[in-house]
Design a protein around this ligand. Structure first.
Ligand SMILES: N[C@@H](CCC(=O)N[C@@H](CS)C(=O)NCC(=O)O)C(=O)O
Length: 315
């Protein structure tokens, strides 16, 4: 099998979930570090311009968004499963947590370290990513509400752990644990565990659960340059295992489509629909640097539309 390559940056919480998933599976992987602020021309060539991080690459197959990255890792090494209670409960918890905690977690974060965030980072997030200002000053008036929300949401984790034992969905870890951990990890890694545990009133059960997850580690990691990652894509051909007879949503294979996140960073990726099931969509994208790559997205959280329909809905 081709190398497993993760394009990420250290302080990206969504990347931390994937680093831990790779560690949980005991996988060896290559680490390609990307800038926290675009431009990222080589990553764009691999994804067709998908704006977010992390991205997982295996040869000429490229996976965008942690939901589909979890799925890819599960296919590569099925045991121990990231979905011991099935995909539904784990994915539903993950989607809820990611969307409910994103803004309040950033609000708490910038209260602690906002003065150290570079101007270019803040401008990029406002103008091209989130659409709102995440500087310390701009978020300060809402800080009490952000703390209230994070506190209440973390208490729900405590309630789940009290019922299930070691992990959120049962006595074995699931992808939901890695997801619900990542924003608390971001806060503790930057502001200090003691300060965050006290500020959000994290319970002993939640703290012990985070310690268990941190102990998983990241697996066996070695560095790779972005240039080598692009060369690996060019040298490979997309995995034919993802051929499908038809898209269940009715778009004909071979249609020119755009795939766009439905929350933030709404930068469409344009490509040719090559495969799809109810959970995952795959488009072929060509760039001179990479040749043809197959870019995979989840269905939930993304809009896959024929190019003409996308143009009409944007008009
Ligand atoms: N739904 C996406 C969210 C990913 C996300 O928000 N990533 C952040 C970094 S942790 C990001 O891309 N920020 C903007 C950037 O780095 O350009 C996923 O699950 O992968």
């Amino acid at each position: 099998m081709s190398d497993i390559i993760l394009h990420h940056y250290d302080l990206s919480p969504f990347s931390e979930k994937i680093r831990l998933a790779l560690g949980y599976k005991g996988l060896a992987w290559k680490s390609v570090k990307v800038e926290a602020v675009p431009p990222r021309p080589l990553l764009d060539a691999l994804t067709g311009g998908y704006r977010r991080v992390p991205v997982l690459q295996v040869g000429a197959d490229v996976y965008c968004d942690t939901e589909v990255i979890f799925r890819a890792i599960e296919r590569i090494r099925p045991e121990p499963s990231l979905y011991p209670e099935g995909e539904g409960v784990s994915k539903a918890l993950s989607l809820w947590w990611d969307r409910a905690t994103w803004k309040p977690a950033i609000g708490v974060l910038v209260a602690h370290i906002g003065e150290h965030l570079p101007e270019a980072f803040l401008k990029d997030r406002k103008d091209h990513y989130l659409g709102y200002d995440i500087s310390k000053d701009a978020m300060a008036p809402m800080l009490p509400a952000y703390v209230q929300q994070m506190t209440a949401l973390a208490e729900w984790l405590d309630s789940m752990l009290c019922r299930t034992g070691a992990y959120l969905t049962g006595d074995a870890l699931s992808a939901a644990d890695l997801t619900c951990y990542h924003s608390l990890w971001l806060l503790r890694a930057n502001a200090g565990a003691e300060a965050i545990d006290a500020q959000l009133g994290l319970s002993p059960a939640v703290i012990a659960w985070m310690d268990r997850i941190a102990a998983i580690g990241h697996g066996t990691v070695s560095d790779m340059s972005p240039e080598d990652a692009v060369a690996a894509a060019k040298a490979a051909t997309p995995d034919p295992a993802f051929a499908a007879a038809a898209d269940p949503s009715g778009i004909e294979l071979g249609t020119a489509v755009t795939v766009t996140p439905d929350d933030n960073a709404r930068v469409p990726v344009s490509g040719t629909l090559v495969s799809a099931d109810t959970q995952e969509v795959v488009v072929a994208v060509d760039a001179p640097e990479t040749g043809t790559v197959h870019v995979h997205f989840p269905r939930v959280g993304f809009e896959t539309l024929p190019v003409e329909t996308a143009a009409q809905s944007a008009a």
